[in-house]
Design a binder for this molecule. Structure first.
Ligand code: EPZ
Length: 440
């Protein structure tokens, strides 16, 4: 290909030297803290009576954007060390989310829960985030109303008001398990009057992490990690936990690194992760022939130079502990290199297979049947191409595909990848990958 000449991309992009399928990466790759656990924890700071200390916080742009939002509201965020952040939201005065940063990030909507509980009102723009299909917030609004709030919406924003006596506990059944919805309502219910039940609640590890953080400040929550969460509300602020809370490792980063190791690793050790959080991926990969050893916090993948191709397998995305939608794109790259035919069935979002056309342009054999289903046949050799990731998880999948391919690839939209993955090019360089960031 003509390398990167004439690429019309705004912002940074990556130039990736493909390994042509050679298993050449080696060494240790530590996983960073989870974006989707850190962002709700920042929201939780609004409920505490002292600064909240969080460690293992990744240096990513979504964390910076959340800090900006908290500062506009009147709080403060300070990085105390390479991975520790103090969030002090005691002086927060405004309950109106600033539109620009909030529109770019779905997780901003989580702030509505604590703002409503603390100030009796919250207003926010429609939360944006990655382009992966419709991302409504109807379930949040219905639940706020069940807690006694009045919700209005116009073209610009949503406005929610609690009654004068504050939010009251309610019995809420989510017609669809929602991760940020469960988190938002759990935060709101912690400081409501009376008991709230969240039924058909999300069971993701990020929800459990948030509940444990609230419990460390005295919140009365039980049932987390099951579909029924019970929260006994208390109007008082939560007490400051004595030690900093360690953000759980990013299970999607861990799973993506595991796929990278299976495809291109000679011997790779993935550390600072919780294998239990990606049990389903580990089970599928082992079934396909990948040799994975594990401890409670690390995964080792050993691959010989002359391995047969892995066996293909079909997946259906599902809420935790099922197959995560956020690992669906990296898995598709794995399947292009596995032998046989596999069906990918995306059940959570309706716009999350758009990336497959780029993999096809690289030489993958993928048929897209509808917005939810695609068939991948392999193994196929991939060639370097220009790729523009539609969302951050597909962005990392493109970096993996570009490393698998023969020749040079350009992976655009680096800003999307930076939203969730810390200095990805430097970290992958430490195990032997050649990825150059070009700043535009
Ligand atoms: C969270 O999004 C994650 N984001 C997503 O990660 C992840 O893909 C998703 O959960 C599923 O695991 C954060 O944690 C910040 P949902 P969320 O509400 O909470 C429908 C990434 O790359 N729904 O659990 O927004 C919805 O349309 C991101 O880090 C309603 O219909 O997802 C979807 O079909 C991308 N009405 C389903 O529920 C609502 O009011 C699950 O979505 C809310 C959701």
């Amino acid at each position: 290909m003509k390398a990167y000449d004439g690429v019309a991309m705004s912002g940074d992009f990556f130039i990736v030297n493909g390994l042509g399928g050679k298993r050449a990466l080696a060494g240790e790759l530590p996983v960073r803290g989870s974006k989707n656990a850190a962002l709700p924890a920042f929201s939780a700071s609004l409920l505490f009576d002292a600064p909240l200390l969080l460690s293992n916080v990744p240096r990513i742009s979504d964390v910076a954007a959340m800090g900006d939002i908290i500062e506009v509201l009147g709080g403060k965020m300070e990085r105390r060390s390479a991975d520790e952040i103090a969030v002090d939201a005691r002086k927060t005065q405004s309950a109106r989310l600033p539109h620009e940063p909030a529109k770019k990030m779905r997780a901003s909507v989580i702030l509505a829960g604590p703002l409503l509980a603390r100030f009796g009102e919250a207003s926010f723009p429609h939360p944006g985030g990655c382009v992966i299909g419709a991302r409504p917030i109807d379930i949040f609004m219905d639940a706020f109303e069940k807690m006694g709030a009045h919700c209005e919406e116009d073209k610009q924003e949503y406005r929610v008001h609690a009654p004068k006596t504050g939010l009251c506990g309610a019995d809420i059944f989510f017609r669809q398990p929602t991760v940020t919805g469960t988190e938002t309502l759990m935060l709101a219910a912690t400081r409501a009057r009376g008991t709230t039940f969240l039924r058909n609640a999300a069971m993701e590890p990020e929800v459990v992490f948030l509940a444990e953080l609230l419990q460390s400040g005295g919140a009365d929550i039980c049932g987390v990690g099951t579909p029924t969460i019970e929260i006994r509300g208390n109007k008082q602020p939560l007490l400051a936990p004595k030690k900093s809370a360690r953000v759980i490792p990013d299970r999607i980063e861990a799973g993506s690194f595991l796929i990278l190791a299976a495809l291109l690793g000679k011997e790779m050790l993935i550390t600072n992760c919780i294998p239990e959080h990606i049990r389903i991926l580990i089970e599928f990969l082992r079934g396909a022939g990948v040799s994975i050893e594990e401890t409670n916090t690390a995964l080792r993948v050993r691959t010989g130079a002359t391995l047969k191709p892995y066996k293909s397998f079909s997946i259906k995305t599902h809420e935790y502990p099922g197959f995560p939608t956020d690992l669906q794109a990296p898995l598709a790259v794995f399947l292009t290199q596995a032998s046989g035919e596999a069906l990918i069935h995306e059940t959570i979002f309706d716009g999350r297979l758009a990336y497959t056309s780029d993999l096809v342009s690289m030489g993958a054999d993928i048929s897209l049947w509808d917005a939810h289903r695609a068939t991948v046949r392999g193994p196929r050799k991939l060639k370097g191409r220009e790729l523009h990731g539609p969302d951050l998880r597909a962005g990392l999948a493109y970096l993996i595909a570009a490393l698998v391919a023969r020749g040079t690839s350009v992976v655009g939209n680096a800003a999307l990848i930076d939203r969730g993955y810390e200095r990805i090019e430097e970290r992958l360089a430490s195990i032997g990958a050649t990825i150059e960031r070009v700043s535009n």
